[in-house]
Design a protein around this ligand. Structure first.
Ligand code: ZN
Length: 424
């Protein structure tokens, strides 16, 4: 039977225009949808009562998929495909996540069934669900999706595979491949979802930057210090910064050549850094405009190490506080502001004394605020270069400082340059 005859059949069955049916049919067949499936789909589209009257999903280019589309039929090339285990309603499921591309764009997908997708596969997904994630459409490929592999891959601009540099990784990335040096690595025991389990955590580096990682099934190649290639890693936010996750489905191989780790940190304006939503290793320069309450001499809970007020821990009630020092200070560079957090060591540096010195000063004054006051006098109004981990949440932007140094730029020269800028 020719396409023309199939169209004739359908048109008379459904009482619709033959040319219209034929062009739809041609479209589906061009996407390698088997003729019987194509006819079934058109019967549903044109409302043949026998099939329940559900509307057939429309065929769409990737760029045209809208979060409000219930279901679509879409063709493209699998760019990445990464397995991950998730716990859903009490059961473990292995899902495949990645990106699909065509001539018009790229879309994230999640496959809830094992369709055997691999990077480079050209596919047509009939009746793929569309859901919204973070304002963007995403495809759900499930048991009601008819997935077929096609021979003619569309011409696409996008690179197949998930090769990336650390600086390019973002929270939500799946199936990524990175070549990295292992800068820090420790074995830890954690309370996992199935009880105590051992993991590796540390820091990866490449020429573009550094990122923390968690390796959920300790890989000797990582524990031995690398360098390693990691395939099928995913990126999740942890404590406000992106983290590379190496799972049971990731492949870890030792590399022969060394990985150059960039000595330069990413330098950004404060506003630009905050706009990233969190960045592991960043350097900013700005004016220290205020030292916030809760700085100087503080007490922490002996159980959970959180800061306590008047001997009360929010979780553990009345406790014997442990003395400690920290600074929370606001740094502003004109493009934005962050709260810089200094740990005990950096705080002792800016205070100019030890914890014992601070305790003695507070005892003599019968007021522990004198410690924060002295720190205020020493740092407010000066310019600092701060390197550390930036996290951003609904309460604001915090920069956990690793280094905190008075900017070596000549303030007079900068003031002159600023005034010249104002004059111009
Ligand atoms: Zn506590």
């Amino acid at each position: 039977m020719e396409l023309d005859d199939h169209a004739e059949d359908l048109a008379s069955d459904l009482g619709v225009d033959k040319e219209e049916v034929k062009s739809d049919l041609q479209n589906l067949v061009e996407y390698s949808v088997p003729i019987d499936e194509a006819k079934g789909s058109l019967r549903r589209k044109y409302g043949d009562g026998s099939s329940g009257g559900a509307t057939a999903p429309s065929t769409k280019d990737v760029a045209d998929i809208d979060p409000d589309d219930g279901n679509v039929t879409v063709s493209g090339v699998v760019l990445t495909a990464g397995k991950r285990s998730i716990r859903y309603q009490g059961d473990d499921h292995v899902i495949v996540e990645g990106r699909l591309g065509d001539e018009t764009g790229v879309i994230d997908y999640t496959a809830w069934e094992d369709f055997g997708l691999s990077p480079g596969d050209a596919i047509t997904a009939g009746n793929a669900g569309v859901r919204e994630w973070d304002g963007e459409p995403e495809l759900n490929l499930g048991e009601s999706t008819s997935l077929s592999f096609t021979d003619d891959a569309p011409e696409i601009q996008h690179e197949i595979g998930g090769n990336a540099r650390l600086a390019d990784l973002e929270t939500g990335d799946r199936a990524m491949t990175v070549d990295v040096a292992v800068l820090e690595c420790e074995r830890r025991t954690i309370d996992g979802r199935d009880g105590e389990t051992e993991i590796l955590s540390g820091v990866f580096g490449d020429e573009s930057g550094r990122l923390p990682f968690t390796n959920w099934e300790p890989a000797p190649e990582i524990e031995n210090g690398g360098p390693v290639r990691i395939e099928n890693a995913y990126v999740q936010e942890f404590r406000g910064v992106p983290e590379v996750n190496v799972s049971e489905f990731s492949t870890v191989t030792t590399l022969d050549e060394e990985i150059d780790v960039g000595a330069d940190t990413t330098k950004m304006g404060v506003g630009e850094a905050v706009a990233t939503g969190g960045i592991y290793d960043v350097e900013v320069v700005g004016n220290l405009i205020a030292v916030r309450d809760g700085s100087g001499l503080i007490q922490r809970c002996p159980e959970c190490h959180r800061v306590i007020q008047k001997g009360q821990c929010r979780t553990h009630g009345e406790v014997d506080g442990v003395d400690d020092m920290r600074v929370k200070a606001i740094l502003d560079d004109g493009t934005g502001a962050v709260t810089v957090v200094l740990d005990d060591e950096l705080t002792q540096d800016v205070y100019g004394g030890t914890l014992e010195d601070a305790l003695e000063q507070a005892r003599e004054a019968m007021d522990q605020e004198v410690v924060a006051d002295r720190i205020r006098e020493r740092i407010v109004g000066r310019e600092y270069r701060v390197r550390g981990h930036l996290s951003v949440d609904e309460y604001g932007a915090n920069l956990d400082a690793e280094t905190f140094e008075e900017s070596s730029d000549d303030p007079e020269a900068r003031a002159t340059a600023f005034l010249e800028g104002v004059d111009a």
